[in-house]
Design a protein around this ligand. Structure first.
Ligand code: ADP
Ligand code: ASP
Ligand code: MG
Length: 473
């Protein structure tokens, strides 16, 4: 039997009215065919608020209680708005119990003035546990054949709190066994997981998409539908490029590149497990449920209208430049550089090496920059002393712009057009890299130019071309 998984993001479940809308979408989808699981995020803003109050509590700042009470009230009000009076008291009691537990944990943080990433994961887990439980109770009033599922039970990870790595083998086994015994539709918590010792972990910010993918791959469903607040993956971030529009179809690789380089609409690790099992992903808009959204699969369209698929960007980037005449021909410098950064868990977003081998540049987040420099200075201390490598230079306040599309492989001149667009707008390119798959061209530019660069490239590839093709027809 063909089964589906749906996932609803924070905005989609952000208020009682939106939850009602989500329930209508689920009911409609059920008319179309069976759904195996629905995954939910925390109500919008709640994860951020939980982080904020944890930090306040750890600084012995009593004002954490004010926000705590606001979060509590929001959830209690949601129950009161959505549940019939006769069903309210037991649900309110359960929600209260969760808040009591959360309050105790926060009080502990307040007293000992310490917030470990392990405790923060436990605190953040309340967001998804609350939203999912409340939506489950709402739906359960009309639809009896559903169950609430706390996925900490099934998704097993290492103890890297904050961004835990999934133990896929064990998780897949757990999922298969559990779902064999539970034929009812499951309402499941996104984002959260646990270690072998049953300590709560999380899958990284935005991780509920990944939860849906883990389940989808293990259960070999027909499709994973990600319901969010925009009409699909768009040609650029609509907050930065007002003329961006939804992409109707794209490949897994293109979606992966777009999300890796900043398109937040899908959490980057989501794609891999689904690509491996060839399970398509749809990105759909809860506010425009009838719109087809974006279909992500392994199909490559031949009659593509545009030269590129989309543009994404990451602000707050720093570039580290390792350079020196002594580097030429020395084997293993790049290898040592990456090993040293990886050892310290510093994520390298982009690399460029000049063909003269005179310098290697790596882009990292601003938050990692100083640590990355210290790591490299330590790694190359002897080479620096011997003047084979000059001091390691950091450039801050940069952004990466990534132009993405499978069509680039076949079409010469795309880089030329990008440079033309940027040149006309007087935007200077600090570094450039092209992925070996030729799926993307990434440019490092001044952070202040991010929006302008996105817009001029967008106009070059989507709007000017559109006008030309309209003129022809
Ligand atoms: P959810 O809460 O549903 O997981 P997110 O906020 O994580 O939603 O992701 C959706 C948001 O991603 C959109 O509202 C939009 O602001 C942002 N976004 C950034 N880049 C893109 C893009 N290329 N296409 C669509 N949305 C994007
Ligand atoms: N609630 C989590 C977050 O805000 C997970 C998610 O929304 O996907 O990061
Ligand atoms: Mg998200």
């Amino acid at each position: 039997m063909k089964l589906k998984i749906l996932k609803f993001g924070g905005t989609a479940v952000g208020s009682p009215e939106r939850i009602q809308q989500v329930i209508r979408i689920i009911e409609n989808a059920l008319l179309d065919g069976p759904i195996r699981v629905v995954v939910f995020s925390a109500m919008s803003g709640v994860t951020n608020q939980l982080i904020q109050i944890s930090q306040q509590a750890s600084q012995n700042d009593e004002s954490y209680l004010t926000t705590f009470m606001k979060i509590e009230q929001k959830h209690l009000d949601t129950v009161k708005t959505l549940l019939e009076i006769k069903n309210q008291s037991s649900v309110l009691a359960n929600v209260k119990l969760l808040f009591n537990e959360l309050e105790d944990i926060l009080h502990g943080v307040f007293l000992i003035r310490e917030l470990t990433s392990k405790t923060l994961d436990l605190i953040m887990s309340f967001g998804e546990r609350l939203s999912t439980y409340i939506i489950y109770e709402c739906m359960h009033q009309k639809f009896k054949d559903i169950e609430y599922l706390d996925l900490r039970k099934l998704i097993k990870t290492d103890a890297n709190f904050g961004a835990a790595q999934v133990n896929f083998k064990l998780t897949e086994q757990n999922i298969k066994i559990y779902f064999n015994d539970h034929p009812a539709l499951q309402f499941a918590t996104g984002f959260i997981s646990s270690t072998l010792k049953d300590e709560t972990t999380t899958l990284g910010r935005g991780g509920s998409d990944f939860t849906a993918a883990i389940l989808g791959a293990a259960l070999k469903v027909e499709a994973v539908d990600i319901w969010t607040d925009v009409s699909g993956m768009m040609t650029a971030d609509p907050n930065k490029v007002p003329t961006a529009f939804p992409i109707s179809q794209m490949t897994y690789e293109e979606a992966m590149e777009m999300s890796y380089f900043g398109a937040k609409v899908i959490y980057p690790p989501t794609i891999q497990p689904l690509l491996e099992k060839n399970i398509p992903i749809r990105i759909l808009n809860v506010f425009k449920a009838e719109f087809a959204g974006t279909y992500i699969s392994n199909q490559i369209m031949n009659n593509q209208k545009y030269l590129i698929r989309g543009i994404s960007s990451i602000p707050e980037i720093s570039l580290l430049r390792v350079q020196g005449s002594g580097m030429i021909g020395v084997v293993g410098i790049a290898g040592r550089l990456f090993t040293a950064l990886a050892r310290e868990k510093i994520n390298v977003i982009l690399i460029t090496q000049a063909s003269s081998e005179h310098s290697i540049c790596v882009a990292v987040t601003r938050a990692d920059a100083d640590r990355a420099r210290a790591v490299l200075e330590n790694e190359f201390v002897l080479e620096i002393q011997a003047h084979h490598i000059d001091a390691i230079v950091i450039e801050k306040a940069l952004a990466i712009i990534a132009v993405v599309g499978a069509n680039m492989r076949r079409t010469p001149g795309i880089a030329g057009k990008i440079f033309q667009a940027l040149g006309n707008a007087q935007i200077n390119v600090v570094a450039i890299a092209q992925g070996s798959s030729e799926l993307n061209i990434s440019l490092v530019i001044d952070e202040a130019m991010e929006k302008k660069a996105l817009n001029v490239i967008h106009t070059m590839f989507f709007e000017d071309q559109l006008i030309k093709s309209q003129e022809k027809s």
